[in-house]
Design a protein around this ligand. Structure first.
Ligand SMILES: C[S@@+](CC[C@H](N)C(=O)[O-])C[C@H]1O[C@@H](n2cnc3c(N)ncnc32)[C@H](O)[C@@H]1O
Length: 279
């Protein structure tokens, strides 16, 4: 388990990435990233059984779109708190939430922060796959709940089931990408049995692991989508020679053009909806 050297702060690598270039990219393109997975929001919020007056914790909230939707669902007396390790993303979360009641943000590592058992719901849209010590992290999130409280998390299924990932990577490299090795990362909870075991191991009851699917929308049109993809894949593209880079750009644009429709540039995606209840 990637927990780092003894005495080191946990999740140092993730903190560096999300607090550094990756977080800055998400912060700069907040609207696009927020919209990209919005197809899962209604499902997530419904599974969380939100109701006015509840206290909600949104884990790995990023720039806060789900936190804001949760706050609206628990208004007028409830609150939604977004927790994240990325300073740049939280700055944007605060900016985009200006003037909204019941929304607050906290910069902390959700794996270890003491949430003092004060939440009725703990939710996340693709923010719980990055823990270096998942058993410790999910136990900590379970402790954040009051008795009877619920969790609802959306996490990606495998790369092979996520066209948005494997089509773009194949366009870049010319090959089907392998599944990433176990460890923190976007596909870190792709194995449903492992996800179930983590929630049950955290002491949650009535654990559910249900497949769900929605398009990932990368932009309103091909140009906007390519701008995002170009930045996400900058490392891969810049490492290619001129001819291969040109080939990859043509292939990437072709994937995006194929996904273009009235609702923007949409590629297929697949996730697990994880649910559970605190005893
Ligand atoms: C893929 S982004 C998802 C952001 C947001 N939930 C959304 O759907 O737009 C993952 C988020 O998890 C955050 N994160 C990663 N590890 C974390 C940790 N240990 N504690 C809190 N947040 C974490 C990252 O900073 C990042 O904002």
């Amino acid at each position: 388990m990637a927990v780092g050297p003894p005495g080191a702060a946990p999740n140092a690598e993730q903190r560096a990435q999300w607090g550094g270039d990756l977080g800055l990219l998400w912060a700069a393109r907040a609207a696009q990233f927020e919209a990209s997975a919005a197809g899962y929001d209604a499902l997530l919020l419904e599974a969380a059984e939100l109701a006015p007056g509840l206290q909600v914790l949104d884990v790995g909230c990023g720039t806060g779109s789900v936190t804001r939707k949760a706050a609206a669902a628990v208004a007028p007396d409830g609150t939604a708190t977004g927790v994240d390790i990325s300073g740049p993303m939280l700055q944007v979360a605060w900016d985009r939430s200006a003037g909204l009641g019941g929304v607050t943000f906290l910069e902390a590592d959700a794996q270890v922060h003491d949430f003092a058992g004060r939440y009725d719901r703990v939710i996340s849209r693709s923010g719980v796959m990055f823990f270096g010590d998942p058993p410790a992290a999910f136990a900590n999130l379970a402790r954040a709940l009051r008795p009877g409280g619920r969790v609802a998390f959306v996490v990606w299924r495998s790369v092979a089931e996520n066209a948005w990932m494997h089509q773009l990577m194949r366009a870049l490299t010319g090959r089907m990408p392998p599944e990433p090795p176990p460890g923190p990362g976007a596909f870190g909870l792709a194995d449903p049995e492992r996800a179930r075991a983590l929630l049950e191991g955290a002491g949650l009851a009535e654990v559910g692991v249900e497949p769900c699917a929605a398009p990932v929308v990368l932009g309103r049109d091909v140009e906007e989508a390519f701008g995002l993809v170009r930045q996400i894949l900058a490392g891969g593209l810049d490492g290619l020679g001129p001819a291969d880079r040109e080939r990859a750009i043509v292939a990437l644009r072709a994937v995006l053009a194929e996904g273009a429709g009235p609702d923007g540039v949409a590629l297929g995606s697949a996730a697990w909806l994880l649910t559970g209840r605190a005893l």
